[in-house]
Design a protein around this ligand. Structure first.
Ligand code: AHG
Ligand code: MN
Ligand code: MN
Length: 337
């Protein structure tokens, strides 16, 4: 695609529109849906840049269905996405980390051909310390033919996703998505309010000796994960060990680094929580779609995340994602070949 005027790379909306013609059934609806999510990202980006000034830091005092404290920004961003998605009239079911039960917008009961799940603010504990956070989104086709959607529309295998991605609010704001035709990253120009294409067709690099995990928990991990983490720390320059450790505590930020620099992000299960911490629907599956499209992999230790069908809206899963070689290595410790 040619660059825009003034040597600027194409904007997100222009890029999506140009790709729309690649799908014979495309009507422009999908472009509108992605644009609504991208707008949410701009509004969150503005809100967090001013966080302390607009009272966007701190907690609501409530605990969500996952038993986690709800930050003010979690609530604000969750409502924002419900409004933006409902306004499109294209969405028949919405799942979110911050919703006990899905929302079935009336506006999309008949016309909504998509189902959207999201984590409005990923890495909430970073908000008050001005460290990176993110938004994760996942789009599925509707399953039920018409009328009101049900939970079944949300509980589809990851392979059914038609699009997924994340927005990283870091030293710059990055919108990164896939529709199954590669992974494309855009940088938000805050002065123009536009995302511009900065990295088309992102692929994990070959070099990959970085590991990203909350190693403070390793004493509670199961044996395969403990063996793996000990292995990557051994000194063996021929196999690139020891690996370097990087962990900021926001999946989006940790994953984005790995996507650009190579390596693996791991959130294993442990003896008391064998399913780990991260949620299938709005954390693991969308990031797994991005990873596979970038030539990487994502598993629960043994099975590709995209091959799993969640049985609950907030179902958790052990999660390993990154360069294929690194995810295979963890798999070897878990007894897969
Ligand atoms: P969220 O803020 O949406 O609840 O997600 C936090 C997740 C994820 O982003 C991150 O990788 C992980 O929790 C960090 O967990 P620990 O604090 O246990 O390391
Ligand atoms: Mn999260
Ligand atoms: Mn969250």
């Amino acid at each position: 695609m040619n660059s825009n005027t003034q040597g600027l790379p194409p904007t997100l909306s222009r890029f999506i529109r140009s790709r729309q013609s690649e799908y014979p059934e495309a009507t422009g609806d999908f472009t509108s849906l992605l644009s609504a999510i991208a707008l949410g990202g701009k509004l969150i980006s503005r809100q967090i840049n001013l966080a302390g000034l607009v009272e966007a830091t701190g907690y609501t005092g409530r605990v969500n269905v996952q038993g986690e404290e709800v930050a003010k920004l979690d609530d604000w961003s969750n409502e924002l996405f419900i409004d933006l998605l409902s306004e499109t009239g294209l969405v028949c079911a919405i799942g979110s980390e911050e919703l006990d039960r899905p929302v079935f917008p009336e506006s999309g009961a008949e016309s909504g051909k998509y189902v959207v799940s999201y984590d409005p603010v990923d890495g909430s504990s970073n908000i008050d310390v001005a460290a990176p956070i993110g938004t994760i989104f996942s789009i599925y086709p509707r399953k039920s033919p018409s009328g009101e959607c049900s939970d079944a529309d949300l509980l589809q295998p990851g392979r059914n996703q038609v699009a997924a991605g994340y927005i990283l609010y870091g030293s710059s704001t990055i919108f990164c998505y896939t529709t199954g035709q590669g992974v494309h990253a855009f940088t938000l120009d805050q002065t123009m309010g536009e995302y511009h294409l900065t990295t088309p067709d992102l692929k994990f690099p070959e070099k990959s000796n970085v590991y990203s995990t909350n190693e403070g928990n390793s004493g509670t991990w199961l044996m395969p994960d403990r063996q793996w983490v000990n292995y990557v720390k051994e000194n063996d320059p021929d196999t690139g060990r020891p690996y370097s450790a990087r962990y900021i505590g926001a999946l989006v930020a940790d994953f984005h680094r790995i996507l650009l620099k190579g390596g693996i992000f791991a959130y294993p299960g442990n003896t008391t929580n064998p399913e780990g911490k991260l949620r299938m629907l709005y954390e693991c599956a969308p990031m797994a779609f991005v990873a596979e499209q970038a030539g990487g992999a994502a598993t629960n230790g043994t099975t590709p995340i995209l091959d799993l069908t969640p049985t609950g809206l907030h179902q958790r899963s052990p999660f390993y994602i990154g360069s294929k070689r690194e995810v295979d290595l963890v798999g070897a410790f878990h007894g897969t070949t």
